[in-house]
Design a protein around this ligand. Structure first.
Ligand code: FES
Length: 285
């Protein structure tokens, strides 16, 4: 586990033009590229309609491929020939895979869609240990620990208010695992790095909507910055109770808040998730 000091206390990104831009034809997201590069769209949309249990019954990978019961596994069905982790579809995620892929990136990042404990996930690697000491102007990504604001703009707390209590919420060996259902209408975003305004392989600090290296939701073009870690709030869809959570920041689009973190435990080179915060994943049915 790496322990890092607070680096940013920035205001939330002002941009909120995502959905309207799509509606007006101002192409923030190239949907054709997304369909080519993004998370397996067909099963993603299907899973969104079935809910988490349906997703589990559809996507639980076969046992016996290494790692423990809580191992995260790659999911690249339908685009095994396109995603860098396509050849590893349904295999246990390994840190060394992410490190090797990040070394090919101009930002020092890599990301992959997957499944963990029956739910969709995205795991991102950020070469924080190497880049955190360098000027942000060099475009090398690093984690940012930030203040959080809810969907109305109300301050809710700082990421480290949660990580100070439970350090397992911090990135583990430069890795972060994220619950992969959008806080807008529960679609399943995907990781992509493609060449357009919002997906090119660039990184900018502040958790805003400029630069690339963002996580996108295909449904209505919400964007999330997997390097910007904050505290936020959301609501249990079944009983209406509110909860605070550690997550990645929403940088643009109609999603009201960011996506929750699933704390990681390393099992050698294997990446495993900890089921300690399942109440954080209850904003979808
Ligand atoms: S479900 Fe609407 S932007 Fe994700």
């Amino acid at each position: 586990m790496i322990v890092m000091s607070r680096e940013y206390d920035l205001k939330p990104a002002p941009s909120d033009e995502g959905a309207s831009a799509i509606a007006t034809g101002k192409s923030l997201i190239n949907r054709r590229q997304f369909l080519s590069y993004g998370f397996n769209t067909v099963s993603g949309v299907l899973a969104a309609s079935l809910g988490v249990l349906g997703f589990a019954s559809l996507l639980l990978p076969p046992a016996g491929s290494g790692g423990g019961d809580l191992a995260a596994k790659y999911w690249a069905k339908g685009r095994e020939d396109e995603a860098w982790y396509g050849p590893m579809h349904e295999q246990v995620m390994k840190k060394s895979d992410f490190v090797a892929e990040a070394a090919k990136s101009s930002t020092g990042t890599s990301g992959a869609s997957g499944v963990w404990n029956g739910v969709p996930i995205i795991v991102t690697y950020v070469d924080h240990s190497k880049n955190a000491g360098s000027p942000v102007s060099n475009g090398k990504a690093r984690f940012q620990f930030m203040d959080g604001y809810d969907g109305t703009g109300k301050y809710v707390g700082h990421f480290e208010d949660l990580s100070d209590v439970d350090p397992r919420l911090l990135p583990n060996e430069n890795l972060v695992m994220i619950f992969g259902r959008c806080t807008h209408l529960c679609c399943i975003p995907g990781w992509q790095l493609v060449s357009n305004d919002y997906t090119e392989d660039t990184w900018t600090p502040g958790g805003g909507d400029d630069g690339g290296t963002k996580l996108f939701c295909i449904c209505h073009s919400s964007r999330f910055d997997p390097t910007a870690l904050e505290m936020n709030t959301n609501t249990n869809r079944s009983n209406g109770s509110k909860f605070r959570y550690a997550g990645i920041r929403r940088s643009g689009g109609p999603a009201p808040v960011g996506l929750p973190i699933i704390p990681i435990a390393m099992n050698g080179d294997f990446i495993e998730g900890l089921p300690d915060y399942v109440d954080w994943y209850t904003y979808c049915d």
